[in-house]
Write a protein that binds this ligand. Sequence first.
Ligand SMILES: Nc1nc(=O)c2c([nH]1)NC[C@@H]1CN(c3ccc(C(=O)N[C@@H](CCC(=O)O)C(=O)O)cc3)CN21
Ligand SMILES: CC(C)C(=O)C(=O)O
Ligand SMILES: [Mg+2]
Length: 264
Amino acid sequence: MTATIQTLQERKANQEKFSCLTAYDATFASLLSQCGIDVILVGDSLGMVLQGKDSTLPVSMEDMVYHTESVARGRPQSLIMADMPFMSYATNETSMANAARLMQAGAHMVKLEGTDWMADTIHRLSERGIPVCAHLGLTPQFVNKLGGYRVQGRDSEAADRMVAHARMLVDAGSDLVLLECVPAPLAERITREVSVPVIGIGAGADTDGQVLVLHDMLGITQGHRPRFVKDFLAEAGSVPAAIEAYDQAVKSGQFPTKEHSFRG
Ligand SMILES: Nc1nc(=O)c2c([nH]1)NC[C@@H]1CN(c3ccc(C(=O)N[C@@H](CCC(=O)O)C(=O)O)cc3)CN21
Ligand SMILES: CC(C)C(=O)C(=O)O
Ligand SMILES: [Mg+2]
């Protein structure tokens, strides 16, 4: 069955989990879809994972269009979500034009990193037929402001602010929220308080969906491995079996465990 924002909304209403992984090419897009993955994220993590850059900031619109077109050619049944890269949504005008390019490349929705300042942009995109996922918490495009890839929302003021921002961006028209590296109790609170499905990465077990970077869950990422990563290939023995194991683990609530999560 084809995944849509409506089917994800139904999953949330029925308290059923959904799965998301990144993919950057046609072969993996097709495979992920066959393995049951509901959402494919064409992530700007491709700058680090595919291009070897040390952050996501150098990723261009051209890069994102190229990889979104490649993923779409895999004809997945999954919902295709594309990251808007650094500075591609800095103004309302650039946001409209760049989001349109990603939708025309084959995305079904776009993801933007930020807080309250994105509300007007999200409202305008949504009004024009472009579903938006609001990415909060650890937002890698802000690494130079955040001073590193650190857990966000640890103190009660920061937590309350994140809840308010999530509510505001949903009111503005976001159809999904993504929380990265936030304490599990905060992610649980946001998931309960907003009406739209919430996807987590390093956000505990209580979000509606989970996402990982494909190369991380296959255990082939070089260098530092964040706490929220699990290698599913090690036990599964083949790439398709690893992807199916991840899908099942997310849908049955077996992944993530406390060892992949951050405490309050
Ligand atoms: N391969 C890969 N996987 C990712 O998940 C990912 C990327 N690349 N590139 C873009 C961003 C960067 N991300 C990161 C990178 C590092 C940590 C990390 O090391 N986190 C610490 C938390 C430290 C703390 O306690 O504050 C950790 O130990 O997990 C988290 C997210 C997530 N994204
Ligand atoms: C890590 C996920 C959430 C992401 O934004 C990406 O892969 O770019
Ligand atoms: Mg990203």
